[in-house]
Structure formats: C-alpha cells, structure tokens
Design a protein around this ligand. Sequence first.
Ligand code: DGY
Length: 328
Amino acid sequence: MSERPNVLVTRPIMDGPLATLRERCDVTIHENEFGIPREELLQVVRGRDAIITMLTEKVDAEFLSAAGPGLKIVANHAVGFDNVDLEACTAAGVMATNTPDVLTETTADTAFALIMAAARRLGEGERLLRARRPWIWGPLMMLGQDLHHKTIGIVGFGRIGQAVARRARGFGMRVLYTDAVTLPPEVEAETGAERRELDALLAEADFVSIHVNLTPETRHLFDAERFRKMKSNAVLVNTSRGPVVDEEALADALSSGEIFAAGLDVFEKEPEVNPRLLELENVVVIPHLGSATVDTRNAMGALAVENVFAALDGKRPPTLLNPDVLGS
Ligand code: DGY
C-alpha cells in the first residue's frame, strides 16, 4: 500500500504545479472539461488526504462527509471562496485555503480591459467587421465614452479594487471607492481614492467596477434601484461574482439607456449567460477570464500546492481561511 498522500485535483491545472504535487503525492485529476457532476464528485472525493477544488465545486457538509475523516485540506484554486462553506470545514476539522495576491494584478488588468472595451464599443465594432457589414468612417460612427479624466467608482476596495484604482490613476481618472471599512490614509493617498457611500458613488461615477466577495449581503447588490441611481453615460464592469448583479435588471437598464454599457466576466447563473444580455450590443461578455494568464495560473497552482503540502506536514498553510480549525 502506498504511503504517499492521496490527492484529488478536480480539474487539470498547470503542468509545473502538478509536477511538484506529483513529487510527493499520488494525484488523481478529473479530466472532464465541464467539471464533475455532483454525484460523481461525492464518489471521487472519498478517502482523499487533500483536494484541490475549483470555484465551480460546492464544498459543503455533504462533500466533507463524503470525503471522510482523512481529509486534511480543501485548497480552492481561486481567490473567491463563496463555493466553500468555511463553518462546515472547521466543524469537520478540515483546513480551507484560497489563492489571493497572485492574481490581483491580472484580474485588475481584465477589469480594465472590460472598462475600455465597453466604453469604446470594441465588441460591437468587432462584430460589425466580422459580419462583413458595409461601413465607412464617419464623424458620428459608433461613439463611445472617454475614460481619461472621468470618475471611476470602485465597489469593494480590497487588493483587486486597489489595483484597478492604480490603473485608473494612470488614465488621469478621479477615483472613488466604497467599502465596509475606511482605508488607512496611506492607502487612500497611494491610490488617490476618496471614500463614498455606495449610492453617492453611483451618482458621481462614470465607470463602476465591482470587486466585492459574494455574500448574502452582496447578492443582487446591483438591482433595478441601483441602476436608477447611476448616470446615463455610466459603464458597469463586473469581474467579481455574477450573482452580485441582478442580470434581468441590468438587461433592462442597458436596453432602456438607463446606463451606457456593461462589461461582464462573471454571470449570475454561470456558465449560463442571460440570453437578453447576449442580444444587446452595449454589453461585452467574456467567459470568466479574470485570472486566465499563463503566469497567473502557474502562480495559483503553485500556491494551492504549497497550501496542500503545509497541511500534509501538519503546518499552517500560507493562505488559511479558517484559522479556528487549528484550535479544534
Ligand atoms: C477567483 O480566483 O476567484 C477568480 O474568479 C478566478 O480566478
């Protein structure tokens, strides 16, 4: 019988981190590109010492009990961990970790790409050319919104929100933020950001970029009432989690001209995309690519593996989410 720890990885990850994991562990990778159906997941988790999960798997009491008492860690291969029930992990004596920091700049780049694409109608322009429709340069053709020297409102001013603020400063933008906490003066000074309550931010912002975690409080934070408070030239970008935005209300706001445009990396019922949004020209949609670069996926994989090794060695993983588990 093998003495090596038995690890499940629920979706193929980058080769480098995988090779590191294989040096010490017996690794099973689930190869289905659309993820593991729940019933099958509950079978394949059984008897594992560690599991590297994706944001698409729900880690709850049922999952943990299916895995059994040998499970030491669930290492989520994402910074977001709304798919992981931390209380259930702690109750089961299982450490839970995520992959913060290593994806901050890449995700901020994606947010900025969406801000620019939505403001300057890049998706619409590309679709026009690909459809081989006739066109000629004209002074009124496909006019968008300027970014430079406009106001951006950042909703959720953690690591990624602050990285977006630094980019916005490079474009000469005025930066507002809203967050549960007021930031230390040095962070406000470095990012040049001023704090506002959410509704006041929406009334002033030409661009709104969402960077909150998904929690019961932030589900549908952007609903019909919030869209009414936004400016008609406003561009909304979401690279956090889809359910923070009520997509039906967003489709209404975009089609009525209540707001100018939206850029979405994440969706309310992911991977499904609301068909009304797909019909609209003034929305840019991409399939949850926020952290999808070679370097960042290598770094996320490496951090997940480092967390697994620490847990297997009985040490505190670097990005432990439920430190209470150590006392349990
Ligand atoms: C995350 O890490 O939470 C992103 O959504 C995917 O990288």
